[in-house]
Design a protein around this ligand. Structure first.
Ligand SMILES: Nc1nc2c(ncn2[C@@H]2O[C@H](COP(=O)(O)OP(=O)(O)OP(=O)(O)O)[C@@H](O)[C@H]2O)c(=O)[nH]1
Length: 144
């Protein structure tokens, strides 16, 4: 069944979980299937390596160097996303589509697709604690 999806595809995303080394290792098997099917097809798909769950960077087990080496060795384009927060997901698809179409994205197009991280100043109503020796903290920064 998988070969039916792969056959004739112009782009293939090999996605793994950056916090799960096994999911990265499994890509060898997925890539083997992709290569086998592509040999039988006239269309050679663009292959993108996508590291998912970048919102869990502190739990990363697959080093970025490993990811990049795999890309370099096989001519993949490289992407990191978070399906949970949506970070870089649109950008990833936009880059893959542009590469397939042979279009070079300009800086403005790339920046437009990048998620803006908003930081609000929130009132900090608690009494100053003993740690605030110099000036009591009256506000804090919250990244959403
Ligand atoms: N923190 C975080 N969790 C994610 C992200 N993407 C998916 N998940 C979670 O990871 C779990 C597996 O997601 P699935 O969409 O089922 O992925 P899958 O590849 O189909 O996983 P399997 O069914 O286990 O093969 C779910 O609990 C998702 O909510 C992400 O970017 N960040």
């Amino acid at each position: 069944m998988l070969d039916k999806y792969i056959y004739g595809a112009q782009g293939i995303l090999l996605v793994y979980d950056i916090t799960n080394y096994q999911s990265f290792e499994n890509l060898e098997d997925w890539y083997t299937v992709v290569k086998k099917v592509s040999e039988e097809s006239e269309i050679q798909p663009l292959i993108a390596l996508v590291g998912n769950k970048i919102d869990l960077e502190h739990m990363r087990t697959v080093k970025p160097e490993k990811h990049l080496r795999f890309c370099q060795e096989n001519g993949f384009s490289s992407h990191f996303v978070s399906a949970k927060t949506g970070d870089s997901v649109f950008l990833c698809f936009q880059k893959v589509a542009a590469e397939i179409l042979g279009i070079k994205l300009n800086k403005a197009e790339i920046e437009q697709s990048q998620r803006v991280v908003k930081a609000d100043i929130v009132n900090y109503n608690q009494e100053p604690t003993s740690r605030t020796v110099n000036r009591p903290r009256s506000s804090m920064c919250a990244v959403q």
